[in-house]
Design a protein. Structure first.
Length: 95
């Protein structure tokens, strides 16, 4: 791959894989949402630590780590929205 092809492919694969996983989990019965968010939160906590630690790493590897962590943080936020934990889709009609 080219110099830009590998990072682009990594970004696309990671982004679309995590999006697919989130949509899969959101499509499961609502009774599974608490467990899904608990697991996502357990992943989020060390992710925030690694993200903070990677902020000073100016290497290519540091960029991959920081991007991966940012996608995981985004995933937690997206799950919390779609599953209705923070705020989410209205379940009643607008008046």
């Amino acid at each position: 791959m080219t110099e830009l092809g590998t990072p682009a492919a990594y970004a696309l694969l990671l982004w679309w894989f995590t999006t697919g996983l989130i949509l899969f989990l959101d499509g499961r019965p609502q009774t599974t949402f608490r467990l899904s968010m608990a697991v996502a939160t357990a992943i989020l906590l060390p992710t925030l630590y690694v993200l903070r630690s990677s902020a000073a790493d100016l290497s290519v590897g540091g960029a991959y780590v920081a991007f991966s962590c940012a996608v995981l943080v985004w995933g937690w936020l997206e799950m919390s929205f779609l599953m209705g934990f923070i705020t989410g889709p209205r379940t009643y009609a607008c008046l």
